[in-house]
Design a protein around this ligand. Sequence first.
Ligand SMILES: [Zn+2]
Length: 378
Amino acid sequence: MAHCAVCSLQEGHPGITLDENGTCNLCNLEVADELLENFTYTNRVFEEFTAAGPNRDGEFDCLFMYSGGKDSTYMLDKFVNEYGKRVLAYTFDIPFESEHAADNIKLAKEKIPAHFVLDSDEAGITTMMRDVFNRPAPQKPGEYLDEKLPCVSCRTFFVIRAILCAIRNKIPYIALCADPQQILTMESNVREIVRGFYETFGRELTGRLFGEELEDVLFATDEELPKVVFPFIAMRYDYDPDAMVRELKAKGLYQSSPLETHCTLYPLLNYYSFKNWGCMFYKLNASSYLRAVKKNKNYDRSTYSIKFPRAANLPDLEQRLQDIIFDIARGDADPRVHEPALVEIFRELHGDENAAHFVARSFLDMRATATRMGIKLA
Ligand SMILES: [Zn+2]
């Protein structure tokens, strides 16, 4: 199969086409116009938000999606203590995530004068994930990010819960702290987010998950709906995670852990991407890293929780990971062989010894995780 000469994305990857020189549309920057439009809109909304006075219809100026990770802790502090906004800090308890963020949320509660709420719906989000994983193979060629559908759906699920919470409390803005790469791929219009969910999951399941309240969003006027603000847009050219962590630690707002954003479904997310699209879950991130390295030999900034050493041979590493995941899915796992092989792969990806062992073991548990979730492995 043909791979992009620059970033190694393969032909047939959702949303990717190769030109006659073997360079992909992402490397050729053919998506630039679309991105620019998205940037212009989100920039405008952010300026409108920072200039806006207090919300006269309710007690909060914005609902802030607060995960407890470094990005959102950094911004929550800025919103409350620098911009002087009255903030409802909204956290959705994602049942699939390890609990490293909980300590940071506790620190933030002590030091940032916002109103904190913790929302959850384990039954609902599990039902939705089961639906995604147990679907028949998707139609080819597919669209950009289709290989990450379970992950994207999980995020959309709790963004919709936050949208409903904002509407109930008459809050005009929702702040979402995705990193600059994620923002490029995120819908910024509330009605479009909801419409997209209906399209993916259908009316019956969507109604079961969110009730009739959500249908009203489809028919509301723009003025009645909250706007999504992406605060990292303003700093997209100097997004520097290491500097943010230093500042947060100096303020006593952060305890770091190398596995802080670890999702317990990571092995299943990889299984989904390999089974349906022949690639690993973090393929776009890895390719984006390769692209940056080829442009700038000194590039070493890590924008992701996973690092990609420049020497890693991506297609080879992917093949090894796929073979092992399929063995595990079939029930042919041999920990004595597979565990060291997985550790080797994640050492190359993460560059961290503890993380590599931790992630390797979570892959060996993949079948148990699937059974617990009601997910069938073909
Ligand atoms: Zn490419």
